[in-house]
Design a protein around this ligand. Structure first.
Ligand SMILES: C[S@@+](CC[C@H](N)C(=O)[O-])C[C@H]1O[C@@H](n2cnc3c(N)ncnc32)[C@H](O)[C@@H]1O
Length: 186
């Protein structure tokens, strides 16, 4: 996946730039970025408002680039403003252990990650319940299962092959569950 995303990450980021800039601008305080990848979300964070950037990235092959991007933006492991965790978003125990207190997070961000997480609805629910401060924000930018039957058919057709090369990303995942109450991907 690190090789596949190395090829896709920059052009994908470029396409979504205006939306992501507006979406992530309100991020404040302690920010947990689920599925941080190579750290493309960091460029949209306001360093005056974000006190700590916590990257959840299970693929450790991405950590080196992720660390470099974060350090260039002013987030450092040495002063605690950068934390990189190799657990998945479902591992709330590990996240809480690393951050040290109940509900320590002000903002959760997810950029094109929910499609790779089995049962994303359950994962987001437990992150909001156990990790996010009351009144905190969840900011997400995801591809969705198309409401158009013809497009959804092609998404379902390509998903078995695509998910092999993209570490479980499902093109047909109804990641808009937050609005529709749909079931998760698997
Ligand atoms: C399509 S990439 C998006 C990366 C980044 N957010 C970006 O916009 O460039 C999806 C990322 O989710 C990560 N991922 C996969 N399963 C995960 C899980 N259970 N919890 C957190 N991240 C996961 C992958 O390793 C990958 O880096």
């Amino acid at each position: 996946m690190s090789h596949v995303w190395a090829a896709f990450a920059a052009p994908t980021d470029e396409n979504g730039r205006p939306v992501k800039r507006a979406l992530l601008l309100p991020a404040t305080g302690v920010v947990v970025d689920i599925g941080a990848g190579f750290g493309h979300a960091i460029q949209y964070l306001d360093g005056n408002k974000v006190t700590k950037y916590v990257a959840l990235e299970p693929n450790i092959r991405m950590h080196s680039d992720l660390r470099q991007t974060a350090e260039t933006a002013g987030f450092h492991e040495s002063d605690g403003s950068l934390v990189i965790l190799s657990c998945g978003a479902e591992d709330t125990m590990q996240i809480l252990k690393a951050l040290g207190s109940p509900n320590p997070v002000d903002t959760i961000t997810s950029i094109l990650t929910l499609c790779s997480i089995p049962s994303p609805d359950r994962v987001i629910t437990s992150l909001v319940r156990d990790v996010l401060k009351p009144g905190g924000q969840v900011l997400f930018y995801e591809h969705v299962l198309s409401p158009r039957a013809d497009v959804a058919w092609w998404q379902r057709f390509w998903t078995p092959l695509w998910s092999v090369f993209s570490d479980g990303c499902r093109l047909d995942c109804p990641t808009s569950f937050a609005h529709s109450g749909d079931e998760g991907c698997r």
